[in-house]
Design a protein around this ligand. Structure first.
Ligand SMILES: [Zn+2]
Length: 345
């Protein structure tokens, strides 16, 4: 079949070597009956009707892990083996990546100030130390309300795992979460903020739920197997855990081939993420009919975590990516700085 040359390359190979004609050729429209991995997805559209002064927006106590948790895997881009260990951290310390493999074990705070712009992923830098593709780790930490955590890593790039946050959620859940004494800072969005263009933009609105809610849209009309998708969710621990965490990152086959030609992703296979051709994901059934936009929502949560505090607001991302997400975080923080009397903590 056309394009199967990629199967002869060292990367994006069929790890389980099924017969080539076994590749599912299902279109999204035929997948309404595909079950989610754990619980039925609950459509919970959020309406502006919910917006009212009854929202409590109470401050909560900070939290950290009750024990340690570890996840191992391969970095998508660098093809290196890497182990990540999550450890409890003192209150008010935030989330910090620590490069255990570098002299002096440099610490890299997971804040917007540390962000380094890169294609398709979120990277952080402090001095000469950097960590890459951190969004799939930051998203579950934020959604589960883990404010203080030391993330020890022994390589540059975080494990890709299956392209989702599922492995991280499971590790964090196994470690457990404990409350600390200090209150978590919360940033309330008080006014509409919009950045981007007419077609690719990110917005923040005053909250329409107790905390953060998101509406994410993608438009892949140039790739019919993905098409146009939209999702709206309040970000709570269980909604993230059961409806977003398992959604995997995705790429078009032509893009994957281009990365391979650059010498990247040499150990990444079709089973490690969703690689779409015209018929759908190659050798990898969808977990959700709208898995792509769910993953974009996951990415958005991971990038919003760089605010370093809870966000009480409704965030809209329309055909946006990591850069726009980060610019929105900066705009939200700047708007808060303009209205210091409205700070919530
Ligand atoms: Zn992602």
């Amino acid at each position: 079949m056309p394009g199967d040359r990629i199967l002869d390359r060292p990367g994006f190979s069929r790890r389980d070597s099924p017969p080539q004609d076994s590749r599912p050729t299902i279109l999204l429209t035929e997948l309404d009956s595909v079950p989610p991995p754990r619980e039925p997805p609950r459509e919970r559209p959020i309406s502006a009707d919910c917006m009212s002064s009854h929202l409590s927006h109470r401050l909560r106590k900070q939290r950290t892990l009750a024990g340690t948790a570890a996840v191992s895997g391969i970095g998508y881009w660098t093809a290196s083996d890497v182990c990540v260990e999550f450890r409890p951290a003192p209150e008010n310390s935030g989330v910090t990546f620590i490069r255990a493999d570098l002299p002096g074990q440099p610490r890299i705070p997971a804040t917007i100030a540390s962000r380094s712009d890169a294609s398709r992923r979120t990277n952080l830098v402090a001095g000469d130390a950097r960590v890459e593709m951190v969004e799939h780790i930051l998203a579950p930490l934020y959604a589960l309300g883990i404010d203080n955590c030391d993330v020890w890593v022994n390589s540059l790039e975080m494990p890709g795992c299956d392209g989702s946050s599922q492995a991280y959620i499971e590790a964090i859940d196994a470690a457990g979460i404990v409350e600390q004494t200090a209150l978590r800072r919360r940033l309330d969005v008080h006014k509409h903020i919009r950045i981007g263009t007419d077609t690719a933009y990110a917005e923040a609105w005053p909250a329409i739920a107790e905390g953060l809610s998101v509406r994410v849209r993608l438009d892949f009309r140039h790739a019919a197997a993905i098409g146009r998708q939209q999702i709206t969710r309040e970000i709570t621990p269980n909604i993230f855990r059961y409806e977003l965490a398992a959604a995997r990152t995705f790429i078009l086959k032509a893009e994957a081939e281009a990365l391979l030609q650059q010498g990247l992703c040499s150990r990444t296979t079709y089973r490690d993420l969703l690689v779409f051709d015209e018929a759908g994901p190659i050798d990898n059934p969808l977990r959700f009919r709208d898995e792509c936009v769910r993953h974009k929502a996951l990415d958005l949560v991971g990038d919003l975590a760089l605010a370093g505090c809870d966000i009480a607001g409704h965030v809209v991302a329309n055909c946006a990516g990591h850069r726009l997400h980060a610019e929105l975080v900066q705009a939200i923080l700047a708007a808060e700085a303009e209205t210091p009397l409205k700070k919530s903590a």
